[in-house]
Design a protein around this ligand. Sequence first.
Ligand SMILES: Nc1ncnc2c1ncn2[C@@H]1O[C@H](COP(=O)(O)OP(=O)(O)OP(=O)(O)O)[C@@H](O)[C@H]1O
Length: 465
Amino acid sequence: MIEGRRLAGSLREHHRGSTTEFGTGMATVIGRSDSAEMALLRRALDDGGFEEGADPYGVRLLDAPLPPVPDWVEDGDGRVLVVACGERHPSGVWGLLAQGVEDVISWTGEETVAVVVARLERWREVDRVLSSRVVASLVHGGSAATRRLLVDLVELAVYGSGPILLVGETGTGKELAARLVHAVAEESASLVVVDCTTIVASLSGSELFGHEKGAFTGADRARAGAFAAADGGTLFLDEIGELPLALQVELLRVLQEGTYKRVGGDTWSRTRFRLVSATNRDLEEEQRQGRFRSDLYHRIASGIVRLPPLRERTDDLEDLFRHFLAEAAGRPLEVAPSVVALLHDRDYPGNLRELRQLAYAVAARHAGPGSVSPGDVPLQYRPAGPAADPPVPSRRLLDRAVRAGLSEGLSLPDLKTLVGDVAVEAALARCDGNVHRAAALLGVTDRAVQLRRQVPRPRAGKKAQ
Ligand SMILES: Nc1ncnc2c1ncn2[C@@H]1O[C@H](COP(=O)(O)OP(=O)(O)OP(=O)(O)O)[C@@H](O)[C@H]1O
């Protein structure tokens, strides 16, 4: 059973027939499997309908001491709960959480079984939402960072009722996140979007409050504002950091008391909405500068979700590009590897919006049935070319490095190994540590990259055997 907020109707239907795109899919409970506590837990999980090792949502009971936790925890492969049997205050709890473990529960007696089962039930429910059509149709990009973001959003949307503040650079998907919160929690009610940069000029705030006929020049008829339109639903205040101080006071009162007056009117109206706000400003700094009220900040930020910039989720690049490309072209398109390489080579200060613009520009140039090729990429998006990296100086640099190596006593095999190591290191750095992409860039197998990482570097003066 799901407690807390109502779950939108269509989400109850699990997205069957396809593999789970965003669902974490599996929960792992780490504890000592030979203990009496774990035996109790196993029985309770069985009664609760959790199948060990089953998809789409199952449980793994893993026998592991505390810490370390398995490597895959950091890769976001499912959610992990550590049950600390016999250790009321296990050491290294914060380290485990930093490694990606979701929570550490100390065993205090049989009642702990209910705590663990309740936690897993909630995860299973959130997983169902993540696997629903509503989520799949809105959001793309299956990186671990995106999955974590979605878990946070869905938990706040479904189980929380307080205001949510979305923070992130421009184009990171804050508005999309607001739409998602609304879709999973309040599907049938209305979502009202207000861009606070547009209400700076008027100062009266009639966009929010509405106004009576004759309230100001040009108010030739009465109009309802966003507070009225959002009643029973969600109000999304985009760029809330831009809201003038005078209106911040008014908004605070509406949030606290649920009442407001239209501009030029004198009767109080009631409203109740879920508030989602977004900003790309540092609101803590804005408070220090006296530009944002602290009391309002605490009121709007009962749940804060940070939208990571694209550079922190480069694993999403290809998936998102293909999605935007298909959106623009009206059909899926194949993409040549050189275009994929270009995607990874550039920066995206405008984040997902910039990637989307690139995809639309590419789709507009692309003709015919073949793959998207380098020629489809408009000039302004192409790399500078060989002139920016002239071969002669590079050859000279290499020449100097090889001579220095020889004078330090390195052999030709040593030098070859070094060049390989340096190339792998550079490729990994360029691909944010992603082995698969680094291997593609170097034209070698993933395993070759992994092996290189482990090869000890030859030291000067020690000839290779
Ligand atoms: N995960 C995603 N999957 C698919 N499309 C996305 C995703 N995130 C963002 N987008 C798309 O990227 C574009 C920019 O997103 P959005 O407008 O939500 O960003 P924003 O953070 O609100 O930007 P700004 O701060 O400039 O208002 C939109 O077209 C949006 O639909």
